[in-house]
Design a protein around this ligand. Structure first.
Ligand code: FAD
Ligand code: NAG
Ligand code: NAG
Ligand code: NAG
Ligand code: NAG
Ligand code: NAG
Ligand code: NAG
Ligand code: NAG
Length: 498
């Protein structure tokens, strides 16, 4: 009897919660329809495209996907979700490694913004107005075609301007010109109560600071003003092989570090890229081949290195070279990989830290012979002449300007699924390095969002010293955590509401 009644209760509880989920979906659909905010029909082709994550390892199911084409749609969709107690997540390019653009968990209302992608350059002020669903390749094409301008940003044409620029944004012009976020002049944002405000250096300055580094936490940005620079007539892209091996790699990393610290000119942008098969420097130089050779000579004198390819080309050709696909990407866009990725923002990579890194590289990583395709890239992010280092800390919440290196670790399989025990490979590499450092000496980059981090750790490593101030801004603008995701900033006093 007792047993039976428990079973009964259990069954009816499941049925009730399923019914509740169903009712919530139905109620949200009704509300979206009556407010005329467009949305995808569950299971339709649009739904399938919009729900497909870049990283097929990390899938989530939203309760609904709204597809706004104007600001009023964003406002009314947020109002519907808030009324029903549903979390809201804006999605731009959908390239988050942890699928944070889908909410990072099931059951969110996703606002798919990629139908809002207009770019308009004012050729008198050189300020660009950009809708928040545009992809980087489209933005760059438009800024070039409308006035031979750009701002610094990453290399993949399909990456969304919002996720990218709201959390940093590092690319082949960043050593010269800073992060994408540094070029945001103002942002128009719809808050949890559906009101619209503008944040800039002179208006809502605290929110502006918070948006530039942690912008996924406070509301839905619907458009930006970006400052731009005049692009040079041509730049030089290059690749140079590095003859590094297990016995000389630590000394070579130390020589590289001294070069980055003191000598590497502002015009040079580059990273060390290594996979199972090759180790090379690759980058972009604001100048010609002769200038590139003399810039690299003092480095190669110490570390070895031979330029394999160097080509002076126009701006769009250089973007296309690193983009690896048609530059101008807009809806419909689909590209997917299956991978696990981690990052490190490091102040240096010498001594015991370099030894730990190199030992894992040559002993464990190089020993992998299965279908895993791993690589790392060490972006030479800081140093004496870096525009990132020399940018003003007080103007953005990007926490790692003082770091010399931005390292991405990436482990991809050619066919899903990613192996269930696969994570230990990169987890082990990163912990081998961080074990040699104090907790506050290193960080991580949310644009390479890491699914292994719990919420507290994620906040600490992504936002470092700025975290307490961010929690204050969160408390002011989103105290009820409408824009929650599993690694989001929690409000100062509301910690633990979820
Ligand atoms: C192939 C590839 C290449 C990359 N190359 C680089 C690179 O060169 N340099 C670099 O720095 N990074 C690079 N990245 C990382 C990239 O910058 C991040 O993944 C970025 O967050 C993706 O932005 P998104 O808009 O495409 O992603 P989404 O998944 O749509 O969004 C990411 C986050 O931003 C939030 N967000 C989206 N739109 C808004 C909005 N309008 N308002 C508020 N919050 C919003 C989302 O909710 C989510 O939390 C690359 C990623 C990939 C997959
Ligand atoms: C976006 O561009 C299209 C095509 O140029 C235009 O019809 C539309 O009005 C623009 N929308 C906004 C909000 O500027
Ligand atoms: C690069 O641009 C400069 C200035 O316009 C021009 O003189 C030079 O010929 C160009 N070089 C190449 C290789 O395109
Ligand atoms: C590593 O490379 C150096 C030359 O740069 C060479 O002298 C040395 O023998 C190499 N060591 C190994 C273990 O291959
Ligand atoms: C490079 O600069 C960093 C930061 O100032 C410092 O910690 C590191 O020791 C320097 N490295 C070398 C090799 O000079
Ligand atoms: C490095 O530079 C020194 C001083 O100019 C020179 O004597 C030496 O031959 C160079 N070494 C290499 C490997 O290029
Ligand atoms: C190298 O790979 C082999 C075969 O997978 C494995 O047995 C061995 O333990 C690995 N060695 C190291 C140092 O990881
Ligand atoms: C909406 O929220 C903001 C930030 O909390 C607040 O300043 C504003 O007064 C609110 N607007 C309305 C209409 O409630």
């Amino acid at each position: 009897m007792r047993c039976f009644s428990t079973l009964c209760l259990g069954l009816s509880a499941i049925t009730l919660s399923q019914a509740a989920a169903f009712n919530k979906r139905a109620a949200l659909d009704d509300c979206l329809q009556s407010s005329s905010a467009p949305s995808d029909v569950l299971g339709s082709d649009d739904w399938k495209l919009d729900v497909a994550p870049f990283n097929t390892r990390v899938n989530f199911t939203p309760v609904a996907i709204a597809v706004p084409t104007k600001i009023e749609h964003v406002q009314s969709a947020i109002a519907c979700a808030v009324k029903l107690g549903i979390k809201v997540t804006p999605k731009c390019g959908g390239h988050s490694y942890a699928s944070l653009g889908l909410g990072g968990e099931d059951g969110h209302l996703v606002l798919e913004l990629d139908r809002m992608s207009n770019v308009s350059l004012n050729t008198e002020t050189n300020v660009a107005t950009i809708q928040a669903g545009a992809r980087l390749g489209h933005v760059a094409s438009e800024l070039f075609n409308q006035g031979k301008r750009d701002f610094s940003h990453g290399t993949c044409p399909g990456v969304g301007v919002s996720g990218h620029a709201l959390h940093g944004g590092y690319g082949m012009s960043s050593h010269t010109h800073g992060l994408a976020t540094d070029w945001i002049k103002s942002a128009t944002i719809v808050l949890a109560n559906s009101s619209i405000i503008t944040a800039s250096a002179s208006s809502n300055a605290d929110l502006f600071w918070a948006l530039r580094g942690a912008g996924s936490n406070f509301g839905v940005v619907v458009s930006y003003e970006f400052n731009t620079f005049a692009v040079p007539a041509n730049v030089t892209w290059f690749a140079a092989s590095l003859p590094w091996n297990k016995s000389n790699a630590v000394a070579n990393l130390e020589a590289l570090e001294e070069y980055v610290n003191t000598t590497m000119p502002a015009e040079l942008n580059m990273r060390v890229f290594a996979s199972g098969f090759l180790t090379q420097l690759e980058g972009q130089f604001f100048g010609d081949v002769a200038g590139l050779k003399s810039a690299l000579a003092p480095l190669f004198n110490k570390t070895g290195g031979t330029i394999q390819q160097a080509q002076t080309v126009g701006w769009l050709e250089a973007l296309a070279h690193y983009g690896n696909m048609k530059l101008d990407q807009t809806h419909p866009y689909s590209m997917q990989e299956t991978f696990y990725s981690k990052s490190l923002e490091l102040p240096s990579l010498h001594g015991a830290t370099a030894s730990a890194f190199v030992d894992y590289w040559f002993t464990t990583a190089k020993n992998i012979t299965t279908s895993r395709m791993w690589y790392f890239q060490i972006d030479l992010h800081g140093g004496a002449h870096s525009a990132v280092t020399n940018g003003d800390f007080s103007l953005s919440s990007y926490a790692h300007r003082d770091k010399l290196y931005l390292i991405e670790f990436y482990d991809r399989v050619s066919r899903p699924p990613y192996p269930a025990d696969g994570h230990t490979f990169l987890d082990g590499w990163v912990s081998a390095v961080t074990d040699t450092l104090k907790e506050d000496e290193w960080g991580m980059y949310i644009n390479y969002a890491d699914t292994s981090l719990d919420r507290e750790t994620a906040q600490r490593v992504y936002w470092g010293k700025g975290l307490e101030r961010l929690r204050g801004v969160k408390e002011r603008f989103d105290p009820d955590e409408v824009f929650y995701y599993p690694q989001s900033v929690n409000p100062k006093t509301g910690a633990g509401t979820k």
